[in-house]
Write a protein that binds this ligand. Sequence first.
Ligand code: NZQ
Ligand code: ZN
Length: 393
Amino acid sequence: MEYDFSFCNPTVIHFGKSAMNHLADELNKYGRNVLLIYGGGSIKKIGLYDEVIRILTECKKNIVELPGVMPNPTWKKVEEGNTLVRKHKIDFILAVGGGSVIDLAKGVANSALCYDPDPFKKYWIDDAPVDNPIIPIGAILTMVGTGSESNGGSVITNEDLKIKTGRVFPLETSAPRFAILNPEFTYSVPLYQMKAGIFDIFSHLMEQYFSGEDDNVSDYLIEGLMKSLIRNTKIAIKEPTNYEARSNIMWCATVALNGLVGRSKQQDWEVHAIEHQLSAITDCTHGMGLAAISVPYYKHIYKYGLAKFKRFATEIWGVPDVGSDEEVALQGIEALRGYISESGMVLSIRDLGVDSLDTIREIADSTEEGGGYKQLDHDEIYKILLESYNLTY
Ligand code: NZQ
Ligand code: ZN
């Protein structure tokens, strides 16, 4: 293990069909004024809203609601939550939904009691340490992918600035105190969203895997998760109510981004940086944006991390170790392309609302330059986006 680290993930996970039985006990640990945050209505359709209200009421909580959190949640929506926290002296935030709802809840938890004139700049752009009280949050997860249920990430879109950016708050202060993970709550997720969530998980694993040259146990953990994810993707697409597949995917998502498998790794995250600006400008679904960028991105950088890309090909996709290292590595990236295509995920940003070269330039120029095995500049980012647009990779 090349780099030293400290690690503690504080989220208590209640997993499985009976996970909701733990909600009352968890809620009883916190104060009476609860802000219930949720999205556009799916939790009402699946009956979860009624159940949550019943339990909150039995726990004698005063319930304040913040509905209508949109995918790619906005800073304006965070401000709406902040106003409610201050007005109702909120003690605890309960987020019920997918990554967007939980990310927004973390945004409110960290910024509601910040009296700085511009909390977005302070916490999301300048990355300043949080120096105001933070409201504790809990999560009931209904859509799998981001890992937000057990990490400190809060990805927020500032529409005025046309920036979508993630702040990773410390796990100790800002990860949900508990997360209820019942795979059955995810059965109603539309297929497109389910596939997007699956690719999001795959991307989180790749972003952490493609870095470093040392022998690191984190890489072996990631390989195991990737293999399980590939196997269960096929099953879940064919049979969305297959509990074994959906539960494996759910736990895979949590472990993929709760901090564990990134230990002692430099990590990459440039695919995410590009996707965040793609989403900021097109409002596309996060996981599909990642799918459309990944193959051209990895084709662009694989020579700089050849040994790891070769290992990806042989370990994950079973590519025979025949021919040059480059040929083997490229076959691995081709296998990734096959997985995206056969699973019905998106291969081109053209299918996500990008309709002109000007838009591509706008995305490229507003993306933060960075990378893992290779540092990219804006022209290289433009080229990768162009290849996705024209499907020339
Ligand atoms: O709003 P509702 O009606 O609930 O509908 C949602 C939404 O339209 C729907 N949905 C959720 N659960 C459902 C359901 N529909 C039917 N049945 C259910 N059980 O799914 C749609 C998408 O939900 P969303 O929360 O947006 O999806 P996801 O979990 O993929 O979250 C995406 C956001 O998380 C950020 C992304 O950038 C994006 O903004 N990320 C957060 C990360 C983190 N915190 O660490 C890391 C990720 O890389 C990512 O950037
Ligand atoms: Zn992601």
